[in-house]
Design a protein around this ligand. Structure first.
Ligand code: ZN
Length: 160
């Protein structure tokens, strides 16, 4: 079965940055399952998977516009220390989840100046060209329930 809309695919992948450093990989974790055509993956990767079959492998470099977008200065905010959890030790580089009008997002502390804290709400992979190495290990039709939920159940997906 070729990968097309409403097909479930399980893929093995390794993601590297421009310098060749591994940022993420399915190795040791098992393949990632997704429902094709439902926005589960970044657009640049989903486009490359279209039409592929089990056993196919490919490498692709995806620019920020087709991945997590460009970095935005508007996503950088200064807040008061007291607006952050009182029990957390705030240090540059630490990340935590914050609620915003866009849902849950990862926020990174990029500066601490007395009781002012600089937060960066850009996705950690924003502005980066992503280099993927992908192998398709399984394809099957999505179940009605998976289509309704928009994600994979069972192996490689959600368990609930
Ligand atoms: Zn579900």
């Amino acid at each position: 079965m070729q990968i097309a809309k409403d097909v479930v695919a399980l893929i093995e992948y390794t993601l590297k940055d421009d310098s060749g450093q591994t940022l993420d990989t399915s190795v040791g974790r098992g393949p990632l399952g997704y429902v094709h055509g439902h926005g589960n993956l970044i657009p640049g990767l989903e486009a490359q998977l279209e039409g592929k079959s089990v056993g196919d492998t490919f490498k692709v470099s995806i620019p920020p516009a087709q991945a997590y977008g460009e970095r935005s200065e508007e996503a950088i905010h200064k807040v008061w220390r007291r607006q952050l959890p009182p029990d957390a030790e705030i240090k540059v580089g630490m990340q935590f989840q914050a609620q915003s009008e866009h849902g849950t997002q990862v926020v990174t502390v990029i500066g601490v100046d007395g009781d002012r804290v600089m937060l960066d709400g850009n996705h950690p992979l924003a502005g980066m060209t992503l280099h993927f190495d992908v192998k398709i290990v399984e394809t099957r039709a999505a179940t009605a329930e998976e289509l309704q939920h928009g994600h994979v159940h069972g192996a490689g997906g959600h368990h609930h």
